[in-house]
Ligand binder design. Structure first.
Ligand code: UT7
Length: 335
């Protein structure tokens, strides 16, 4: 439900990104499992992905936050809140946000990690937005960071071709200009999808033992066909719903910014929204599915390439394990 009494709109005022140097391309994967470049590109749109083999997720998150700080001249002491959407935290606790907070000197911030699988970034954006709109906080940093290689089984061709490592950050601030920033959101969770995409081991259900390791329970499992079916419908329906709710026609929209899980899912969503392919932000070919980093990395790359301008209307849209899914409609506020 929209709050008509809100004081401010929440607007993205800064961006940051870190991409690991090491590339794992489809031809290298051909040497590791029974697959081929043609299959991967035609079924997913992925050509290569990045692998961070230097350290944990927090290191990538810190580097993305440092990029944001450097490019916005943000004083870390002014940060009120750090949210790290991630499914690959360094540890179950302390949170990755705590490690980032210390490293960047955000001495006045509080923070937490947020896990809604591939919808984590959208859920974090909505959470931060609600705190900004009521005037509670002025500077919230959200860093979508995932080291998917740490939970990927590189002998399983069903999953190892899909995922990669990446981190990207946004700064969210209040504005009194209600024509800018986040305008609306629609988010959902439905646990009936829990058996289609999961990692069984490591939590309280299956604490780590030799057996959980032997049974490969610390890796992602995905019933790709089922998830694909629900993702196509879920992402397209929610994206069209938020357009209709806000009286938006396809010509009003500058970009769809979809979670990058599969190009075919993104194409189907764009088709339902009647958007031309140029209006779909895309970086899956370079990075694969990087879970929490897909949407903020698209925003960072397209903005830095001069392709997004102030006033542009964007629909951010995602679908992930849980199931979780949703869409956020915003008007771009950076010059
Ligand atoms: O981000 C969170 C949400 N996740 C998603 O949205 C992912 C949704 N699912 C997908 O993107 C797709 O289902 C996949 C890309 C994972 C798989 O594509 P698909 O078109 O659904 O393929 P499939 O699983 O139906 O497999 C088709 C065939 C099978 O062979 P048979 O049974 O037809 O003989 C697979 O064994 O392709 C085979 N196959 C492969 N072949 C070459 C599966 N993986 C591979 C591979 N290389 N890597």
């Amino acid at each position: 439900m929209e709050n008509k009494e809100k004081k401010y709109n929440a607007v993205i005022t800064g961006l940051g990104m870190f991409k690991p140097e090491k590339i794992l391309d489809n031809h290298q994967l051909e040497q590791m499992v029974d697959t081929n470049d043609e299959w991967i590109v035609s079924r997913t749109g992925i050509k290569e992905r990045r692998i961070y083999d230097q350290g944990p997720t927090s290191e990538m998150a810190i580097k993305a936050a440092e990029d944001l700080i450097a490019t916005t001249n943000l004083d870390p002491k002014e940060i009120d809140l750090i949210i790290v959407p991630t499914v690959t935290p360094d540890m179950l606790f302390p949170s990755t946000a705590a490690i980032v907070q210390e490293a960047i000197g955000a001495v006045n911030a509080w923070g937490f990690d947020l896990n809604a699988a591939c919808s984590s970034f959208l859920f974090a954006l909505q959470t931060a937005r609600s705190m900004i709109e009521v005037g509670q906080y002025k500077k919230i940093v959200i860093i979508g960071a995932d080291k998917m290689s740490s939970i990927t089984d590189y002998t399983d061709r069903n999953t190892c071709i899909l995922f990669g490592d990446l981190a990207a950050a946004v700064l969210l601030e209040p504005t009194t200009d209600k024509s800018l920033g986040i305008q609306d959101s629609l988010l959902h969770i439905d646990g009936s999808g829990k058996d289609s995409l999961y990692m069984l081991g490591g939590g309280s259900l299956n604490p780590p033992t030799h057996e959980t390791v032997d049974k490969k329970m610390h890796y992602i499992y995905q019933d790709g066909k089922t998830v694909f079916k629900f993702a196509v419908k879920g992402m397209a329906d929610i994206s069209v719903e938020i357009m209709e709710k806000n009286g938006l026609k396809s010509e009003d929209i500058a970009y769809l910014v979809p979670h990058q899980a599969n190009k075919r899912i993104m194409d189907a969503t764009a088709q339902r929204m009647k958007l031309e392919p140029e209006k779909v932000m895309l970086n899956i070919h370079k990075y694969g599915n990087t879970t929490s980093a897909t949407i903020p990395s698209c925003l960072t790359e397209y903005y830095r390439a001069g392709k997004v301008k102030k006033g542009d209307k964007l629909i951010l849209s995602a679908f992930g394990a849980g199931f979780t899914w949703g869409a956020i409609y915003l008007t771009w506020g950076m010059d």
